[in-house]
Design a protein around this ligand. Structure first.
Ligand code: PGA
Length: 253
């Protein structure tokens, strides 16, 4: 288990118009007075980041981005930098999500450069790694994970906060999840590699969250597994009720 408080991060992906702010208001109202045993963040699309961050201001929920460029500014039409995310109110930024790796051909080296720019901007990177179904079937999951981790970690990772999200590609949006043993095996391999690369203190302080079809019905079992320090939640983060159902797994009984 990480020495840092667990965290549940909502990834809205390309969902959400202004009216979706109602879910933010609902969530903050439902959390009012509830003792939280985890950090919470919501990563809306860039168009909503500032208004979401403003709506969350003064609450215990942070806002984050879903991607950033590796430069802080420049002639990069359509891109957004980590400095801009920070300026709009982001505390976190999801990087190297498998949808970015798949549809935008993002490589480990690019993810690493983006993570470095996030650290420079004072934004905590949430670096996503995960095997494809084919890789799992071929028995190379741990090789793939350790390689992605090694190549995506910026040199600043030993002194700046960073979160690793283990998201098996085949579990994202499919309703399928790995077995408990499979999750534990990967998370413990990630922990070992983090400690080896960053040293004991930073390696243990780095949170390793699980992502892929997490919902209220399976969150308790997954979040209780060793070295699972929270979750990265897609579909179930869009509705306040579902997201709260996951966060509540950390609330005192
Ligand atoms: P999901 O997505 O919870 O909808 O499977 C998770 C993610 O892609 O971060």
């Amino acid at each position: 288990m990480s020495t840092t408080r667990p965290i549940v991060i909502g990834n809205w992906k390309m969902h959400g118009l202004s009216e979706h702010l109602a879910e933010i208001r609902l969530l903050t109202a439902m959390l009012d007075g509830v003792e939280l045993r985890c950090d919470v963040a919501i990563c809306p699309p860039a168009t909503l980041l500032r208004v979401v961050a403003e709506a969350l201001d003064g609450t215990r929920i942070a806002a984050g981005g879903q991607d950033c460029h590796f430069e802080s500014e420049g002639a990069f039409t359509g891109d957004v930098s980590a400095v801009m995310l920070r300026d709009a109110g982001a505390t976190y930024v999801i990087l190297g999500h498998s949808e970015r790796r798949q549809y935008h051909a993002e490589t480990n080296a690019l993810v690493r450069a983006k993570a470095l720019s996030a650290h420079r901007a004072g934004v905590c990177p949430v670096v996503c790694i995960g095997e494809s179904e084919d890789e799992r079937l071929r028995g190379v999951t741990l090789d793939v994970i350790v390689r992605q981790l090694d190549e995506s970690l910026p040199e600043t990772a030993s002194r700046e906060p960073l979160i690793i999200a283990y998201e098996p590609v085949w579990a994202i949006g499919t309703g399928r999840t790995p077995t408990d043993d499979e999750i534990v095996e990967v998370h413990s391999a990630i922990r070992d590699e983090l400690v080896r690369r960053l040293g004991h203190e930073a390696g243990m302080a780095t949170r390793i969250v699980y992502g892929g079809s997490m919902k209220p019905a399976n969150a308790r079992a997954i979040l209780a597994l060793s070295d699972v320090d929270g979750g990265l939640v897609g579909q179930a983060s869009l509705q306040a009720k579902d997201f709260l159902g996951i966060i509540a797994e950390f609330a005192p009984a």
